[in-house]
Design a protein around this ligand. Structure first.
Ligand code: SF4
Ligand code: SF4
Length: 471
């Protein structure tokens, strides 16, 4: 079986031999400093790097070049995303699961975790609580259980969520993180109006994947790995990738992740919309010695920086699994979306979270307002923007705007206007004051006079109670 980027067979586009050759080649060239310098020079054009080129950066141990990578990642971040950080929250609908994932407490054999699925009334309570925090963008999470959590339930829940309007609140984009499914089901999710379909690969190494997933439908490596292609066939043009760093195969998975991104671009003309970089956390019924952040903070930062350089147009997501300190460092290196005020158990927003029913331990336990306030202190613009999906800027339309750099003309004003909504409706007085000062400063930076005038008008209109302006 040869490596074939455009094949629709998992083992051909995530080719074990190609990954091993890449890692060998990267190991041999990791001290070839002129080569690495030339790659970094070239990457200044923001056109990205191949998986081989990125792998050699990952292996490189030269301190000066590592600092150059970080500086370049920060410049690329600044060029495409500026100082904006988009905020979202996960919403756990159901923790019934028939899979046997060894690293997740929701695995089917865990008999002492309380199982729960939100009723539509409970969803209304959860989403109302999320709206009252100020969230506009959710990522739905469920375990896999066709009997207890069928696709019809997920579709109904999406409809319920979009229909909830509490005070000035609204969830304007629902991203979905559910198990690999059929083209037909992806089509139904698309029709339900989802934003991005996110599915983590966990690991690209097939034997390790099979070890980690001994039972249940998820144990089928090919079916899982080919899911994004099926999602795109079903009409979902924004898909998200991710691996679970900490499974001790980080270099293999790093290369696999980039090969997967290259595959999507080659076959569908659009790379992944987002890449998530979760690291394993402690959780109920999981042996902490077996899995507990197998990669250091330093290596984690390097991975984020190189991903930023290798796939400049792809959003990078980090969750509250990471501590405030770690999130602070990777914000500068390329992360563009973070979760805030997250609860990782079913029903955790409306009621106090029960420790033993969380999917993983949250390191950053601050409220959304504390996260917003912190971002403001860091000089970032917390953004609640969901405009692209609602304006039909998805898939290749989105990527074209992104690659030309034009998307910034939407992102920056939208960030300011959605932040203003947040400050008007949800912020603590101190956060509000800081936020208003930042909006004033940032509005001055808008170069297009027409856009600037429109933004100033809309900001003013919001004080009179109007909402939901966007470019
Ligand atoms: Fe189930 Fe997902 Fe947990 Fe695996 S990772 S046990 S599929 S909830
Ligand atoms: Fe994201 Fe589009 Fe909003 Fe920019 S304008 S923040 S790309 S949704």
């Amino acid at each position: 079986m040869d490596y074939n980027l455009k094949s629709l067979k998992a083992e051909e586009f995530i080719h074990d031999g190609e990954i091993r050759d890449t890692l060998r080649w990267a190991e041999e060239h990791k001290s070839d400093l002129p080569l690495i310098r030339s790659l970094l020079d070239r990457a200044e054009d923001c056109k990205g790097l191949t998986h081989r080129e990125a792998a050699v950066l990952l292996k490189c141990e030269d301190e000066e070049l590592r600092q150059r990578m970080y500086a370049l990642a920060a410049r690329i971040k600044d060029r495409f995303y500026g100082n904006r950080i988009v905020l979202f929250a996960p919403l756990y609908l159901s923790n019934y699961c028939i899979n046997g994932c060894r690293y997740c407490p929701y695995h089917g054999q865990n008999k002492h975790i309380p199982r729960k699925q939100l009723s539509q009334e409970e969803i209304v309570r959860e989403v109302t609580a999320l709206q009252d925090m100020g969230h506009k963008r959710l990522a739905l999470e469920t375990g896999e259980d066709p009997k207890n959590c069928p696709i019809e339930y997920v579709l109904e829940s999406i409809q319920t969520i979009y229909g909830i309007h509490h005070k000035n609140g609204a969830i304007r984009r629902v991203n979905v993180n559910i198990a690999a499914t059929t083209v037909e089901n992806y089509r139904r999710l698309k029709e339900a109006g989802i934003g991005t379909y996110i599915l983590f690969q966990e690991t690209y190494n097939k034997p390790q994947y099979e070890y980690l997933h001994p039972t249940g439908p998820k144990s089928d490596y090919a079916y899982h790995t080919e899911a994004h292609d099926r999602a795109m066939e079903g009409g979902i043009d924004d898909v998200g990738l991710g691996v679970l760093f900490g499974l001790n195969l980080y270099d293999y998975d790093f290369v696999g992740l980039l090969m997967h991104a290259e595959h999507l671009e080659a076959v569908h003309g659009v790379g992944p919309h987002t890449i998530s970089v979760p690291r394993l956390r402690r959780a109920d019924d999981i042996d902490p010695d077996q899995f507990d952040n197998g990669i250091s903070d330093e290596l984690f930062e390097k991975i984020v920086a190189i991903l930023r350089i290798a796939v400049p147009y792809t959003g990078l997501i980090i969750s509250t699994r990471e501590s405030q300190a770690c999130r602070q460092r990777v914000l500068k290196l390329g992360v563009s979306q973070i979760s805030g005020g997250s609860r990782t158990s079913v029903g955790g927003y409306a009621e106090d979270e029960e420790e033993d029913s969380s999917q993983f331990e949250v390191s950053d336990r601050r409220t959304l307002d504390q996260v917003v306030s912190w971002l403001l202190d860091e000089g970032c613009i917390p953004s609640f923007c969901t405009a692209c999906y609602r304006e039909g800027r998805t898939g290749d339309r989105f990527m074209t705007l992104c690659k030309s750099g034009q998307i910034v003309n939407c992102c920056h004003p939208n960030a300011l206007m959605t932040l203003k909504e947040y400050l008007e409706d949800y912020a603590a007085p101190e956060t509000r004051e800081k936020g208003l000062r930042l909006i004033e400063r940032e509005t001055e930076k808008i170069t297009n006079p027409k856009v600037k005038e429109t933004v100033i008008r809309h900001l003013h209109d919001m004080e009179g109670g109007m909402r939901d302006f966007r470019f």
